[in-house]
Write a protein of this length. Structure first.
Lengths: 381, 398
């Protein structure tokens, strides 16, 4: 099987989680004998791979990165996206004459045009993976233009992959996608990366961790309000906030005005290795996101053996039954469950152990296998 | 040999817990209202009364009147059921009285609070709960039971020996292969280490055909009709076919629409077509039959889940932690010499509270999920533990 895959970032060029996903997925597929040509925007440095089943094919030089806020979408941004898509589609059609692709697989709206154009020009099935939708990134005020691309992409694809059942529901509800062609394939992590911190000792001061971009979508405000309630009941707790974002200043002020400034530590950005240490060192991981297509951080915490409390509106809540869930707006419940995890050792130990077990099951090998099953449903000879 | 059909229905409603939050602004001072959800319990009781208790009782009364002494059944009514019936729906009690007066209905004894007190290290509490139940039955229905059924049919040599010491002549157990091996549950057995007590073991296959599989479309015998079922019973060998099931099977677990009531209505007549079948209560069987062999049950056996042991209530560390906390409260609760507190502590021992914390995730998980008011066993644990911790504080303060 040979797949033309289109993405917009790949390590070492990365601005978000998609690069890691594409890297791991292509390699896991390659290990199963799938040949993957990975089309992506040309970058300043060369991206190479050792795997003979994978070819990285850079096309039009496009200067665009992660969409963090809607302010990032200038007119130039969209024309760059278009240029890249056009070029990618032409390259795919050209290469197909030599190698013959069985299908086209692309990630998120930024590569949708290339996939749709190639689908029609070489008449091959198309698989679209939605890692998130515009509604998850911008909440109440989606960019209409992007929203329309997402609708088209869902309508045109022969199979749609979402990273959770939660997302599957949102695609049907928000984009009018046909539920019959949606398949759920979760994200994975490489658990080996987390192993060395499993035995890290916990201090007397217990740690409740928030890790993520500091934007409304991730729920840091609720986290601090819940922290305030917890501190009314429990002593010797530290609330650690890892990550940066627009709301940093606001959150620091909020912590101070709640009178818990001395109990909240803002760490800022952390490189992967230190992040893994912090996960393991923490007693509770909280992910209070308003809407989280998957929530890879929760899976990382699980792989660290740290019990997680995640919002009901997240994909991560599905990957194991051994977690606590909460409505993202319910501060009382959030605090209640944080306190329970701190007070009842038998609860946090049970959750930690069972979650770790489930996180280890979720390997990239398994993800590749499930992806191939989707391919096999539609691939042409 | 003519096998007797021996029917016993378990009638139980737990007193369900309230969602207890440590962040509540005002918590009720009254301990009962503080921990138990009066509104929910009333709702559930009334719902089950309408769907099951009242229609099933009236149908059975009709059948008993029709067939006289030829059709016999028995019940075990828990103390928490009786209390809630009194409080929320007295007519349900009246209908049980009407059944009791026919003379064709027997009652069994169990722990008043449907508790796991038989597994406490100190058996004082177990003894008291059994006594309380027996006094309650005597007072309400004027009956003295000869047969004991422990909570969820929890059974072991030790429990049987205790029941024998209490004066019971018979005890209910699960007729599982783990105990019987190749032997049939359709006989009366003696119990290792006991002198005279006779064990009546549930024929779980034939019982579950009704209580569990009646409406199961995946089942090759679906639909189950009364004449087919009677034929199966008539072709069985042994002294007694013990059909023991939750009473809520009728109308609640198996909805009216499944035809379960029509089945029940036709069943006695279909069974009576066979000259080799008759109906007997557990008391009758114990009186009439002699044991054919001995069973040896060193570890607790129950009728729950695939394992048929105590793991549905004590299978994980969270359940054991709650159970041991409950147990550790015995001395301080007794020392407080406060009747209300003692009653609350006992209501908290209700095995259902621990059942909701079960994490066994395979086939059985579905059943636990169906009965649980909590989204997950972990939420169940947090609620129960918060309540137990709060109660502990109240006890220490007293």
């Amino acid at each position: 099987m040979r797949v033309a895959m289109i993405g917009w970032e790949y390590p070492p060029f990365q601005t978000g989680g998609l690069a890691v996903h594409c890297y791991e997925l292509t390699h896991a597929l390659a290990a199963k004998g799938v040949k993957v040509d990975f089309y992506m925007p040309r970058t300043d440095s060369d991206i190479t791979t050792q795997d003979h089943n994978i070819r990285i094919i850079p096309v039009a030089h496009a200067k665009f990165g992660a969409y963090v806020t809607k302010h990032a979408y200038g007119p130039e941004f969209f024309s760059n996206v278009h240029a890249f898509n056009n070029d990618a589609a032409e390259q795919i059609a050209k290469n197909d004459r030599h190698v013959h692709y069985n299908l086209i697989h692309h990630h998120d709206w930024m590569t949708a045009f290339a996939a749709m154009k190639a689908k029609y020009s070489i008449d091959r099935p198309m698989v679209s993976t939605f890692h998130s939708i515009e509604f998850d990134r911008s909440g109440m005020w989606p960019n209409e233009y992007i929203l329309n691309i997402e609708k088209q992409m869902a309508a045109t694809a022969d199979r749609v992959i979402t990273v959770s059942n939660y997302m599957k529901g949102r695609l049907v509800e928000k984009l009018g996608a046909d539920i019959a062609k949606i398949r759920v394939v979760y994200n994975a992590i490489d658990a080996a990366d987390f192993k060395k911190h499993w035995d890290v000792s916990h201090g007397k001061e217990r740690i409740i961790l928030f890790l993520g971009r500091l934007t409304d979508q991730k729920g840091p405000t609720q986290f601090l309000h819940a922290a305030k309630l917890v501190l009314d009941k429990e002593r010797n707790i530290r609330f650690v906030i890892v990550g940066t974002g627009d709301m940093l200043g606001y959150l620091i002020n909020l912590a101070i005005s709640l009178g818990i400034g001395d109990r909240v530590t803002f760490i800022g950005y952390l490189p992967d290795e230190q992040k893994r240490y912090v996960y393991a060192k923490s007693d509770v991981y909280v992910m209070p996101s308003v809407s989280e297509p998957f929530g890879i951080t929760a899976l990382e915490a699980m792989a660290s053996g740290t019990p997680v409390l995640v919002s009901k509106t997240s994909g991560a809540a599905e990957v194991t039954p051994h977690r606590l869930t909460v409505d993202f707006w319910d501060i009382n419940q959030m605090a209640e469950k944080m306190v329970a995890l701190l007070r009842y050792k038998v609860l946090s130990e049970t959750l930690g152990k069972e979650e770790l077990h489930d996180a280890l099951e979720l390997t990239w090998d398994k993800i590749a296998e499930e992806t191939m099953r989707v391919y096999e449903e539609i691939a042409v000879g | 040999m003519m096998p007797s059909i021996c029917i016993y229905f378990q009638v139980h409603q737990p007193v369900r817990l309230r969602r207890f939050s440590i962040f509540e602004q005002r918590q009720p001072e009254n301990l009962f209202e503080r921990y138990f959800d009066v509104k929910l319990n009333r709702e559930v009781f009334n719902k089950v009364a309408d769907k099951c208790y009242l229609p099933t009782n009236s149908l059975l009364l009709e059948l008993i009147k029709k067939y006289g002494e030829k059709f016999k059944i028995s019940y075990s009514l828990t103390g928490t059921f009786l209390e809630q019936a009194t409080q929320y729906r007295p007519e349900v009690l009246d209908s049980f009285h009407a059944l009791a007066e026919t003379g064709s209905v027997d009652f069994l004894n169990e722990t008043y609070y449907h508790s796991l007190s038989s597994l406490f290290e100190d058996k004082t509490e177990f003894v008291e709960q059994v006594r309380k139940h027996s006094e309650e039955l005597k007072e309400r229905f004027g009956v003295e039971a000869d047969v004991f059924r422990n909570t969820e049919a929890l059974f072991s040599n030790d429990i049987a020996r205790l029941a024998e010491e209490f004066g019971y002549k018979g005890i209910i157990g699960e007729g599982h292969e783990r105990v019987l091996g190749w032997r049939s549950p359709n006989y009366v057995y003696s119990v290792k280490g006991c002198k005279k007590i006779k064990a009546l073991l549930r024929n779980y296959k034939l019982s579950d055909d009704v209580s569990y599989r009646f409406s199961a479309q995946w089942w090759s015998e679906f639909p189950l009709t009364a004449d087919k079922y009677a034929k199966w019973l008539a072709s069985s060998q042994g002294q007694c076919i013990n059909l023991f099931m939750d009473y809520e099977t009728f109308g609640e677990h198996q909805w009216k629409e499944t035809g379960i009531f029509e089945f029940l209505r036709q069943f006695p007549e279909e069974a009576m077509k066979y000259g080799n079948l008759n109906f007997r209560t557990p008391d009758d069987v114990i009186r009439e039959q002699q044991p054919v062999g001995e069973i040896d049950v060193p570890y607790a056996l129950s009728w729950a889940d695939i394992e048929r042991d105590a793991s549905a209530w004590l299978g994980n560390a969270m359940q054991r932690e709650c159970f041991s906390l409950l147990q550790s409260l015995e001395t301080p609760v007794r020392e407080a010499r406060d009747e209300e507190m003692l009653h609350i502590w006992r209501l908290l021992q209700n095995s259902d509270h621990l059942y909701y914390l079960c994490t066994k995730s395979w086939a059985d998980g579905d059943v636990h999920k169906y009965f649980s008011p909590f989204p997950s066993p972990y939420d169940g644990f947090i609620n129960l533990m918060n309540i137990l911790q709060d109660f502990k504080k109240q006890v220490e303060r007293a």
